[in-house]
Every structure is written in structure tokens, then in C-alpha cells.
Design a protein around this ligand. Structure first.
Ligand SMILES: NC(=O)c1ccc[n+]([C@@H]2O[C@H](COP(=O)([O-])OP(=O)(O)OC[C@H]3O[C@@H](n4cnc5c(N)ncnc54)[C@H](O)[C@@H]3O)[C@@H](O)[C@H]2O)c1
Ligand SMILES: CC(C)=CCC/C(C)=C/C=C/C(C)=C/C=C/C(C)=C/C=C/C=C(C)/C=C/C=C(C)/C=C/C=C(\C)CCC=C(C)C
Length: 672
């Protein structure tokens, strides 16, 4: 069964997840090129409710003793017993026992080609691993193998979570030669950059605005991450990054062409022309400095000092702006309060806070990349990016398991050595990388451990940004006026509502770029607005559902009034997700969008990098430098993989310099 043919879960389905994969693929990885994507199809999985998703012995029997002869290679697979969604269990009737396994013959290797499954027995325990559990097409239905026990860490790195941050860290490490296991709680990869399908629509779960996805420069980190694993995606250029609809009928289109955007903005604020050019000019200074560097871990001294040596001016420019915020710099050049509020809105859409709280480096990155490489939309939807990265990971000989809910990180003598899943499985590795938020990592996965000082400091400096109320709709195409832009940001009533819950409305219409995402004659409207989980907790189901409808109706009415008359009449499909939905499906504490500064930050100075106070444990994603955003978490993935690779001997490292730099960075963070 492929993703496209399988019913994908509803983002608003709060009832229990009842995926019932109807068949398994025992397929070898695509990269083995045996022409076997699904080598053995067998049996039907027993649904979770009945027996924890294990296979019965009947099912096992049906696929034992298969024998393959592929042209000149005899693979002779005997008893490929442990595949998919079941694990070893002693003494449980109907489940694969160790005795059965002992008779099995695993671990084929032909030249450099590994044949899918390796199992080895040491003392009392087995370690059983699949080499390439998934192809992206069968990802929904495969849960992966269970390894029990261990004598030694088999993997170089385990990545908890397959958001873009986790996937980039995993793929970059795999490319460097590491054996990586990514464990994803959900049924597909991508986290907030995933997708779901309903009634012929393919919806992006989160972002439809892709920065860092061009073919130019050094900052196209998404393109580079895909290229690293041999993937390239067809993209559609977006002519307008966003169309702002702001108080006092201020309407500004951010055109792809920088000169057109500046012309439009100065036409609204002619008296501020110099200020506008000066502020955005500062942004370009930073962007150009960033774009000239090779981006790797700022926590790795050999690289960092090397960059300072090769590009001293650019590095000093970045060091100068690192502790600064966009709002302060805007105020140096701009006086008009309405224009300053516009800069707030520019920052808010990428940081969920105003310009005075938005690090200048982050603001520069997005305010320039949209004109430099431009915003490009992947054909097939944003979810294709994560699918491609996941496929790329498997192609590199690493693995990704779905429905693998990590409940704790295993520590040994204070070092992170493995993870435990909700179904009891344990996996071990030299390093553990968490793509869960820092709040989830330290609050849940390391529950019971004392919160390290560094994390206490992080939680003092940063709070969880609110979550979102999201509405995914299918509408009749004729409701959209000609020349409608793809992305809109709307704040009608007054600037003070910018950061308030439900104050401003984000709207994406990706079908204006890729019409294949909706049935003919229809468009997707993906609407979201900030909302806190506290608003949705403790309600009886009936009230919760009624409240969803009521809040969504108000948001839709506002859009109808301002942008699309007749909108309500044109709706043919609607699904509403609340912060609870985001918490459930994205496994993010309170469904948070990411960290935001508690007060006015010192730019990016206080943001932690990837190492943590726990030996062997790293974090990746938006609660790491440089913060929220798909491109930002991709950078955090690049940094993380470099630091981990150095620590496991795949890249150069100097322990003395490491200690000195990590201390210096720790000290700098305390100044923030
Ligand atoms: N531009 C937009 O509109 C938009 C929208 C949504 C998200 N985003 C960005 O994406 C960023 C998030 O990316 P990210 O990579 O940091 O994280 P993510 O939240 O997208 O992905 C984390 C993944 O980890 C998985 N996970 C969490 N805990 C787990 C556990 N215990 N066991 C197994 N799996 C677990 C989740 O299921 C999820 O797939 C956000 O900061 C946001 O800026 C942007
Ligand atoms: C180390 C020390 C201390 C010093 C040294 C100096 C240096 C060398 C430095 C360096 C630095 C660096 C490299 C940095 C980097 C950075 C980066 C890359 C950053 C990035 C960022 C990004 C971001 C933030 C992004 C974001 C985005 C977002 C969030 C987006 C969003 C979107 C949305 C929401 C959409 C909208 C929609 C509508 C409107 C509809």
C-alpha cells in the first residue's frame, strides 16, 4: 500500500489512532536495486487493539523459507523472520520466540551490498536490526523491527523525531558514513512539515512558505540537504512571498523582485524612503555575510576558527549583529510608527514576536532570502520534502521507523546511551539526538533527572510560543478573484492585536501554485492563527467541538469580509485543528510553535546550540540556535550533524579547543 492510496489521518481526528495496515512489505531498500520493492507480501497485521500490533505465528509461517535467485546472485534467504511490526517476545503464544530466531539464518552481505536484515546473538539477548526498513511508499504501514537487549551500541546515532531538523541531522550524518536510526512517533515523516490527504486534497500540515529552497548561494539549506542524499525536487517559484493586509487599509505585497518590493513599500511611505533602504540594506549586509560562509557547527572550533581566518570581515559582521534585534536597528533608521509596525508584522510572521524581540540575524535571513533565492513551492506539496529526505536516509543505508514513540532516554553513568519506546523496545547508540523540543526532551524523555543548569537558563530566557488554530478547507475555485496571491497575512482592526491570540490571520493557498493538490475546480485554503492550549483544555467533547466550529466561523467571516466575499458558500471541505491537535500529532509540549523570548533577548546570544549538559545527548530543531522556522531547523540539523560527527570520529576535532570553545559559548549565553 502506498501513502497516496492509504487513508491518512485527519489532523482533527482526536479519537484513537486506528491505523490498520493491511499488508506488510518486507522490501529491501531501493538502493539495493534488486528490483524488489516489496519482496514478500504477507499476512494481515493484527490491529493494535487486539494484540499490540504483533504478528501471529500464522503470518510468520507464511513467509518463512523464501528463496530468491536474482540472475547471478543467489540470496538464499532463510527464515527472514523479524520484519515489520512485531518484536521478540519469549513465551507468548503466537509471537515469534527466541527459539525460532535461533534457527534463523540472517545477515547476508554480498560485496558491499547488505541484504536487508542482520541479526546476531550474544549471550542471552538478541540484537535484531533491519538495514533498510522502509521505502517512502510503504512508510505508513511499516512499524519496523524490534531489537531487544544489547551488548554494544550498534548505531552511531539515534535521532528521536523526524521533523525537518531531525531528518537533516540524520541524513547529513548518514552521508558522513554514520549508521543512523531515526525514530518517529507518527506514521509519516516531517512533523510540522508533514502533510495529510482528504477527499482528493493534499494539505500541508504547517508551513507552505519555504525559505532556503532555491538553487542559489550557500543558504539554500533545504536544497542542499536533499542534494546530499541525491534528491532534487521540482519547485514552483512563488511570485509574491506574502500579501499583507494591515490596519488603516495598508496593503503591501512582498514581491519576489527586491526592487519591486522596495518600490511598493516606499510608495506607501515616501517620506521614509531613506530609512527603508537603510534598514533593508543592513539586512543585506548580514545576509551576504551569512551567504559567504560554509555553514557548519558553531560549536566546533576547528571549523569556526577556520571561517574567521578565511572570512574575517564577514565573521566579525555576524559576531557584531549576533546580540542585536531587528526592532532596535529599524528604529535607527525609521521614525514613522506605522512603518515600524509594518516591520513588526514582517518579523512576527517568522518569529511570533515583534521586531524588538526578533534577532537581527534571523530577520535578515528571511527578509533577504525571499528576494535572493526566492520562495519556491515543492511540486506535490511540502510533505514531499520530508518524504524525499526519509528516502534519502534509507538509501544511505540508515533507517527510519514509524510509530516508534520514544518515552525515555536511557542514561548510563550520566551518559545518554539509548532510548526506550512506549512498546518496550530499546535501541542503543553512541549518541542520541532529540528532535523533540527541549521542554519535551528534558521534561518528558528525561523525567526524574535533575534539570541541568543550562536548561534551567534556557527556560528562564525562553518560553513556549503559543500554538495555532488551523483550518484546512477545500473551496470552489471561483470564489478567488483573479490574481489572488498565494500567501496572505491579515490584521484588520488595529496594531495592538498583532500578537494577541486570534489577532492576526495567516492564509496560504498552495493550489495557486500547484493545482494538483486539489480536485479540479477547487482550491485549498490553509488558514491559521495563534491560539493557546489553555483555551481548549478541560472542555467536554461536545463543547470542544462546538467551540472549534464557533472560533473557525469567526475567522472565516473575517476573511470573507476583507478578502473573499462568498467564501462561506464556497466551502466544500473543512477540518479544524486546535492546539490540542498539534500537541497530539506533533508531540510538542502544549502544541507550541517553538520557543520565544520571555523578555527582550540579546539577539541570538542566549539560544543554545546542539550539545547539552548530558554527555552523548544532543538537541536539534527549533529550540536550538537559531530557532523557529523550517530553514532554521535545517541549519540546526547541519550544525548538529557536524558536532556529532566530530564527537564520534567522523570529522576532525580537537578536545582541548572543544572544551575552551564550549566554555566560552556557555559563558556568552549567560550574558543574554
Ligand atoms: N512556516 C510555517 O508555517 C511553519 C509551520 C509549521 C512548522 N514550521 C516550523 O517547523 C519547525 C519545527 O521543526 P522541527 O524539526 O524542530 O520539529 P517538528 O516538530 O516539525 O518535528 C518533530 C518530530 O519529532 C517527532 N517526535 C517528537 N517527540 C517524539 C518522541 N518522543 N518519539 C518519537 N518521535 C517524536 C514528532 O512526531 C515530529 O514528527 C517549527 O519551529 C516551525 O518554525 C513552520
Ligand atoms: C559563535 C560566535 C559566538 C560568534 C561567531 C560569529 C559567527 C561566525 C556567527 C555565525 C552565525 C551564523 C552562521 C548564523 C546563521 C543563522 C541562520 C542560518 C539563521 C536562519 C534563520 C531562519 C529563520 C529564523 C527562519 C524562520 C522562518 C519562519 C519561521 C517562517 C515562517 C513562515 C510562516 C509562518 C509562513 C507565513 C505564512 C503566511 C504569511 C501565510
Amino acid at each position: 500500500m502506498s501513502l497516496s492510496s492509504s487513508p491518512s489521518p485527519s489532523i482533527s481526528e482526536l479519537s484513537s489512532t486506528s491505523y490498520k495496515p493491511c499488508s506488510f512489505n518486507l522490501g529491501f531498500a531501493d538502493s539495493l536495486c534488486f528490483g524488489h520493492r516489496s519482496t514478500v507480501q504477507f499476512g494481515t497485521c493484527i490491529p493494535r487493539s487486539q494484540n499490540q500490533s504483533f504478528l501471529s505465528s500464522e503470518h510468520i509461517k507464511t513467509f518463512a523459507f523464501n528463496y530468491y535467485k536474482l540472475s547471478n546472485m543467489e540470496l538464499g534467504l532463510n527464515t527472514v523472520s523479524q520484519v515489520g511490526k512485531f518484536r521478540l517476545r519469549d513465551g507468548k503464544a503466537g509471537l515469534l520466540s527466541r527459539d525460532l530466531l535461533k534457527t534463523s539464518n540472517f545477515g547476508y552481505k554480498l560485496g558491499s551490498v547488505k541484504l536487508g536484515y542482520e541479526a546476531y546473538k550474544r549471550n542471552r539477548d538478541f540484537v535484531l536490526m533491519s538495514r533498510s526498513v522502509l521505502t517512502a511508499d510503504n512508510m505508513v504501514e511499516t512499524e519496523g523491527n524490534g531489537g531487544v537487549g544489547r551488548e554494544k551500541s550498534y548505531y552511531d546515532a539515534i535521532v528521536i523525531g523526524s521533523g525537518i531538523g531531525g531528518l537533516v541531522a540524520a541524513t547529513q550524518l548518514a552521508v558522513k558514513g554514520a549508521r543512523v536510526l531515526a525514530l518517529e512517533k507518527y506514521v509519516i515523516p516531517g512533523g510540522s512539515s508533514g502533510y495529510y490527504q482528504r477527499d482528493g486534497y493534499t494539505f500541508d500540515v504547517g508551513s507552505s512558505v519555504m525559505f532556503g529552497f532555491s538553487d542559489k548561494g550557500n543558504l539554500n539549506l533545504i536544497t542542499q540537504a536533499l542534494a546530499a542524499v541525491g534528491r532534487e525536487m521540482e519547485v514552483i517559484p512563488d511570485p509574491t512571498t506574502v500579501h499583507f493586509h494591515l490596519p488603516n487599509d495598508l496593503s503591501v505585497r512582498v514581491h519576489r523582485e527586491y526592487s519591486e518590493f522596495i518600490a511598493e513599500l516606499t510608495s506607501k511611505f515616501p517620506h521614509e524612503k531613506e530609512g527603508i533602504l537603510a534598514f533593508y540594506g543592513e539586512c543585506w549586509k548580514i545576509f551576504n555575510a551569512l551567504n559567504s560562509l560554509e555553514l557548519k557547527s558553531l560549536e566546533e572550533p576547528i571549523y569556526l576558527f577556520g571561517q574567521f581566518f578565511q572570512k574575517p570581515l564577514e565573521c566579525l559582521t555576524l559576531a557584531y549583529y549576533l546580540p542585536q534585534n531587528a526592532g532596535d536597528i529599524a528604529r535607527k533608521f525609521i521614525k514613522d510608527p506605522q512603518l515600524l509596525s509594518f516591520i513588526d508584522a514582517e518579523c512576527f510572521i517568522v518569529s511570533t514576536v515583534n521586531a524588538l524581540q526578533t534577532p537581527m540575524i534571523n530577520a535578515s535571513m528571511v527578509l533577504c532570502d525571499r528576494h535572493f533565492g526566492g520562495i519556491n513551492y515543492p511540486v506535490g506539496g511540502v510533505g514531499e520534502i520530508a518524504k524525499s529526505l526519509a528516502k534519502g536516509l534509507v538509501d544511505q543505508g540508515s533507517e527510519i521507523l514509524y510509530k516508534a514513540n520514544v518515552t525515555s532516554i536511557i542514561l548510563e553513568h550520566g551518559k545518554a546511551v539509548g532510548v526506550r519506546l512506549s512498546d518496550g523496545r530499546q535501541f542503543f547508540a553512541k549518541t542520541i539526538i532529540s528532535n523533540a523540543t527541549r521542554w519535551d526532551t528534558f521534561g518528558k524523555l528525561l523525567k526524574g533527572e535533575k534539570l541541568p543548569k543550562e536548561e534551567e537558563n534556557f527556560q528562564k530566557a525562553y518560553v513556549k510560543a503559543p500554538s495555532f488554530l488551523s483550518i484546512h478547507m477545500g473551496v470552489k475555485a471561483k470564489v478567488l478573484p483573479p490574481d489572488t496571491d498565494c500567501h496572505h497575512f491579515m490584521l484588520e482592526d488595529g496594531w495592538t492585536r498583532l500578537e494577541k491570540p486570534y489577532g492576526s490571520i495567516f492564509l496560504s493557498i498552495p493550489t495557486l501554485l500547484d493545482s494538483s493538490l486539489a480536485p479540479e475546480g477547487h482550491h485549498i485554503l490553509h488558514i491559521f492563527t495563534t491560539s493557546s492550549i489553555e483555551d481548549w483544555e478541560g472542555l467536554p467533547r461536545k463543547d470542544y467541538d462546538a467551540k472549534k466550529e464557533c472560533v473557525a466561523d469567526e475567522i472565516i467571516s473575517r476573511l470573507e469580509k476583507k478578502l473573499f466575499p462568498g467564501l462561506k458558500e464556497s466551502i466544500v471541505f473543512k477540518e479544524i485543528g486546535t492546539p490540542k491537535t498539534h500537541r497530539r500529532y506533533l508531540a510538542r509540549d502544549k502544541g507550541t510553535y517553538g520557543p520565544m523570548p520571555r523578555n527582550t533577548p540579546k539577539g541570538l546570544l542566549g539560544m543554545p546550540f546542539n550539545t547539552t549538559a548530558i554527555d552523548g545527548l544532543y538537541c536539534v530543531g527549533d529550540s536550538c540556535f537559531p530557532g523557529q522556522g523550517v530553514i532554521a531547523v535545517a541549519f540546526s540539523g547541519v550544525m548538529c550533524s557536524h558536532r556529532v560527527a566530530a564527537d564520534i570520529g567522523l570529522e576532525k576535532k580537537s578536545p582541548i579547543l572543544d572544551t575552551a570553545l564550549l566554555r566560552l559559548l556557555g559563558w556568552l549565553r549567560t550574558l543574554a
